[in-house]
Design a protein around this ligand. Sequence first.
Ligand code: FPP
Length: 237
Amino acid sequence: MSTTESTPTHVAIVMDGNGRWARARGLPRAAGHRQGAEALRRTIVGAGELGIRYLTLFGFSSENWNRPSGEVQDLMGLLRHYLRSEIADLHAKGARLRVIGDRGRFDPDIVALIANAEDLTRGNDRLNLTLAISYGGRDEIITAVRTLSADAAAGRIDPQAIDASAFADRLFTADLPDPDVVIRTSGEKRLSNFLLWQSAYAELVFVDKYWPDFGKADLEDAVHEFKRRERRYGAVG
Ligand code: FPP
């Protein structure tokens, strides 16, 4: 059996289980999110050490806006804090930050912090860190379809010329490779609207730990699992 020998280029993670981590300790959900932010820092450092070039993390889905407003504010507060306190360090380490998702619902100061962080780190390429926030895969696909249809209706493109590559170019992830591995923590086995198009051939790795307990060793385990698996892209092995 042929197996992938190399480290995955792009690892994407659904960070799940902050609330259950907190509940298991009799703590408020906010405490789980704070520990989740620590796990995020550890994982970014670990990814750099393991030679992973692209790391994409699902931090807040389009549906998460429906959570109680206090929890949404806690998460936005963590995001604000993260963008203010971590970007200089990420930049110094040669990391590029991108944020994918619908920015229309963020407070204006968060929109500005994201734009500043993206501008500052645009020239970096050692680690490409992408935070999916206010992100939904179906919304992303619908938006791409709309822009392609508008271009076709206006005669700017020939509908027959629309192929997978032209479509992928209209997604938030246009300049990212597809993920090789998608990891989900907390034992749940779903994609939950994360990178639906991009994950077509990704290896899925489910980890039983809650996200706040995740760290470099777990990332390394997932990389080993990826290397063990045979990837055939629909062909014969
Ligand atoms: C899933 O756990 C986690 C989230 C919805 C938020 C992820 C946020 C962080 C890791 C903190 C850092 C955040 C940013 C934006 C930088 P859950 O709350 O769905 O847990 P549950 O399923 O156990 O209730």
